[in-house]
Design a protein around this ligand. Structure first.
Ligand code: SF4
Length: 629
């Protein structure tokens, strides 16, 4: 098989129904899509018919690495898992921070494509070059950590890398996650796609070496970039407080969606953060061997009704989802609910969004399944959260109502007003940042291919709200110091550049937090050049980001999404009902339609339809037949 430096050189197809394994060389257009989510969108567009049922056996599930998936690269412990999202029907990708991607490459595989559905629950075991189909019968109904332990016992290797799904994935909860040691590939329902394929776990063991164009230059460049990161002021902060370090600031700056988005501030941020740091935080930890930032948290609840064993968790998004979203001031209850999500394989953000939706339904007298009353689904009741998570994972009663997402739940309730409480974008429940505290976020929420997600849209918020420029000013990004977070006009180009650059970690397979700690496109280009031998620049990488972002847009168009799906949920645009900014008219997103027009123009997309213009496609060397025109 032909080898390209920086790659293991193999796209491995596994058909679970036929138990067949086929090795393919990597794509010929490798440099144009590189790896990770970039490689995956190309592959899915080519091999999967339009508008599939994501639970259909022939739908594709990809585990993709990139040439920087390497423990020496800052943030290099990343694996991208991609599919059509069963929650949204749109493009689905999720990064998992772990050693599995690195090991997959050592096992000789850059991209694993899983198709078909097994007849019986199964476990896929990639052992260097060999693939085995193991029985998953003993795993049914077990938690994610139990599954990881059982698979390691099956192959008698306690250090085996195992990704698994929980009962939520088995029960096709549309926001079920894929888990590894309580780290999640979440949001878009990857766990449910694994569940539909009866694939309960994926185990990887690899001992090979991936060839590099210039090993010495690669090692030296990665070391230099690590040194730079360690001297960056953000590095210390990531390690000290993790992502929770932003909680109080989000609250103060109008960035914290509260009470199902009825406000963008809560006033409890300091107290929540203090409790978390003093009572729940045990230690910082990297999600893969080699992470120097170590934003990962080891957390626990020592005693009381929410006693919780030490585990990886306590991220800003998860804590916010189980506190501010539902106005729960009991941080222990939030940590406990988040832990249970990890055990059962449920996405924490969507679960918190579902809890907030149900609490609003209950408050407004909506008729809910019988068990909703006994759960005590009322604002501020932290005790209701973990039982609700369990009901979601096992699709019981009110949990079953929301297990397909809040938008479908609102439709099932059959009352139009419920849609006004289902806060989502493209069907994805909103995360814990609020455009009423930084307006460019409205654009990046609206136009992100995954929907209202907490990954790519947030660079924009960091630019106009937190004044970070990610080293992108030399590529045309306006100086954030001259920009007001409240301003709406003139942010289209910035949104585009920040999205294109923010897509790159998902393509290169690195952790994006390293961009917050000083890693620039030129740094990525230098490491990529040493790995592959390509004469690649920051400019080329930025264009690759744009190409992949555009391809994901075209994928969504093929799946039936149109300009109307870039709309922002009305509640996210409206004045806050209470809180610090309730009387500040600057908060409301007044003219989103004009913001969108500026953005489409900056992208070279049609001003009405939002479809990439022919000239844009030519510039990005993309075929015109993908527009459906
Ligand atoms: S910074 Fe955080 S998310 Fe990124 S690799 Fe390290 S622990 Fe994982």
């Amino acid at each position: 098989m032909e080898k390209t430096s920086g790659y293991a050189g193999c796209e491995l197809w596994v058909d679970l129904a036929r138990k067949t394994v086929t090795k393919h060389p990597l794509r010929k257009d490798l440099r144009g899509c590189i790896g990770g989510a970039g490689y995956a969108v190309r592959c899915i567009l080519e091999h999967q018919p339009a508008r599939p049922d994501p639970f259909h056996p022939e739908s594709l599930l990809l585990f993709a690495t990139g040439p920087l998936t390497d423990s020496r690269v800052p943030g290099g412990g990343s694996l991208e898992i991609c599919c059509t999202s069963p929650l949204t029907g749109a493009w689905g990708e999720s990064r998992m921070g772990c050693d599995a991607g690195i090991t997959l490459r050592k096992a000789g595989v850059d991209v694993l494509v899983v198709t078909g559905a097994a007849a019986e629950p199964c476990v896929l075991f990639l052992d260097d070059g060999k693939v085995s189909f193991l029985s998953g019968a003993a795993l049914l109904g077990k938690t994610t950590l139990e599954k990881e332990r059982l698979v390691a016992e099956m192959v008698e290797d306690p250090s085996l890398l195992v990704l698994s799904i929980g009962p939520a994935g088995e029960n096709l909860v549309r926001f079920a996650s894929v888990m590894h040691r309580h780290r999640a590939a979440g949001r878009i329902g990857l766990g449910a796609v694994m569940g539909a394929k009866k694939l309960l776990a994926l185990a990887v063991r690899g001992t090979g070496i991936v060839p590099l164009a210039d090993s010495e230059a690669f090692r030296e460049t990665a070391r230099r970039v690590h040194q730079k990161v360690l001297q960056h002021p953000m590095a210390k902060e990531f390690r000290r407080a993790g992502t929770m370090g932003g909680y109080a600031w989000s609250d103060a700056s109008g960035d914290l969606p509260t009470k199902n988005w009825r406000s963008n501030s809560w006033g409890k941020g300091e107290a929540i953060f203090r409790h978390f740091m003093e009572e729940n935080l045990v230690a910082s930890r990297g999600c893969y061997r080699g992470c120097t930032l170590q934003c990962g948290r080891r957390v626990a609840v020592a005693s009381g009704p929410f006693a919780t064993p030490e585990h990886d968790g306590g991220e800003y998004e998860s804590v916010a989802a189980f506190t501010a979203f539902v106005t729960n001031e009991n941080v222990d209850a939030a940590v406990h609910a988040s832990w249970l999500c990890n055990e059962l394989g449920v996405d924490t953000i969507s679960a918190g969004g579902a809890a907030a939706f149900l609490m609003e339904c209950a408050e407004r007298g909506m008729s809910l399944p019988e068990d909703a009353r006994s759960l005590g689904l009322a604002w501020g009741n932290g005790a209701a959260l973990a039982p609700l998570v369990r009901k979601i994972a096992f699709r019981e009663g009110v949990g079953d109502l929301v297990a397909d997402g809040v938008c479908r739940a609102a439709e099932r309730l059959g009352r139009p007003e419920a849609l006004a409480w289902a806060v989502a974008g493209k069907g994805l429940e909103g995360p814990a940042h609020d455009p009423r505290g930084g307006k460019v976020l409205a654009l990046t929420y609206g136009t992100n291919p995954r929907g209202m997600c907490h990954i790519h849209p947030v660079e924009a918020k960091a630019w106009d709200g937190d004044k970070l420029d990610f080293g992108l000013r030399r590529f045309g990004l306006p100086d954030p110091e001259g920009i007001s977070p409240w301003q709406e006009r003139g942010k289209g180009l910035a949104a585009r550049l920040l999205q294109d650059a923010g897509t790159l970690p998902e393509i290169l397979c690195t952790c994006k937090f390293y961009m917050y700690a000083g890693v620039t496109l030129d740094d990525y280009a230098a490491m990529l050049a040493a790995a592959t031998g390509w004469d690649v620049s920051g400019e080329e990488l930025l264009e690759t980001g744009e190409r992949i972002f555009t391809l994901q847009r075209l994928f969504n168009r093929r799946e039936g999404f149109a300009a109307g799906d870039d709309a922002l949920h009305p509640r996210v645009r409206a004045m806050p009902e209470f809180g610090r900014y309730a009387d500040d008219p600057r908060c409301a997103v007044a003219d989103y339609e004009e913001m969108l027009r500026e953005y489409y123009a900056a992208r070279g997309w049609d001003p009405e339809t939002g479809i990439p213009e022919a000239e844009t496609l030519r510039r990005l060397t993309l075929p015109s037949d993908l527009t459906g025109a």
